[in-house]
Design a protein around this ligand. Structure first.
Ligand code: C5P
Ligand code: MG
Length: 204
């Protein structure tokens, strides 16, 4: 007998609420997420942070692969990132936390499709639209103290290239579904945050 496989997401958007937070490297995603966590009951999951933690986890079979991808500004194979996110979501559900800001994900079309097919459909996408020269200055400044292997000019150029070629199509895809809330972010952290609050007020 053959069985048709109808794959269902693990959760419905009524049970689990996910907002994707996207934008180029240095656009201020993490900074704005921290502010949102303080004012609303979100859990902040940064895909980059989860990957860096896995990279540094003793005994991880993916440490070296992740480290190489990050340095080269390349997107880590989706299976790894999806598993980390799925895990983090499950852990939070155990303690009754259901609202997530997922920062820096999906960065590639396959991640967008897989996540929404297998885990849960997103509510909307917060997109921090930032000129490259502003992002470059911020990343170089951050690089003085971040200790990150990719906050240097060689890696930054590669990350910009990946953003344009691989991640922007994800924004375009969600635009076709009218799910993108676009925030201009070449201004102060506080002014950007005001715009974020105005933009999401009606959507939460
Ligand atoms: O978001 P963040 O700047 O911390 O991401 C750092 C790096 O982690 C990216 O440049 C990329 O190499 C990797 N990453 C990824 N897939 C994601 C998010 C981050 O491969 N969804
Ligand atoms: Mg970040």
């Amino acid at each position: 007998m053959t069985t048709a496989t109808t794959s269902q997401p693990a959760f419905s958007p009524d049970q689990v609420s996910v907002v994707f937070v996207l934008g180029g490297p240095g656009a201020g995603k993490g900074t704005q997420c921290e502010k949102l966590v303080k004012d609303y009951s979100f859990v902040h999951l940064s895909a980059g942070d989860l990957l860096r933690a896995e990279q540094n986890r003793k005994g991880s079979q993916y440490g070296e692969l992740i480290s190489n991808h990050i340095k080269e500004g390349l997107i880590v194979p989706q299976e790894i990132t999806l598993a980390l996110l799925r895990n983090a979501i499950s852990e939070n559900l155990k303690v009754n936390k259901y609202k997530f800001l997922i920062d820096g994900f999906p960065r590639k079309m396959d991640q967008a499709v897989s996540f929404e097919r297998d885990i849960v459909e997103s509510k909307f996408v917060l997109f921090f639209d930032c000129p490259e020269d502003v992002m470059l200055q911020r990343l170089l400044e951050r690089g003085k103290t971040s200790g990150r292997s990719d906050d240097n000019i060689e890696s930054i150029k590669k990350r910009f290239k990946t953003f344009e070629g691989t991640s922007m199509p994800v924004i375009d895809y969600f635009e076709t579904k009218s799910k993108v809330v676009r925030i201009r972010c070449d201004k102060s952290v506080e002014d950007v945050y005001k715009e974020v609050q105005d933009a999401i007020r009606d959507r939460l």
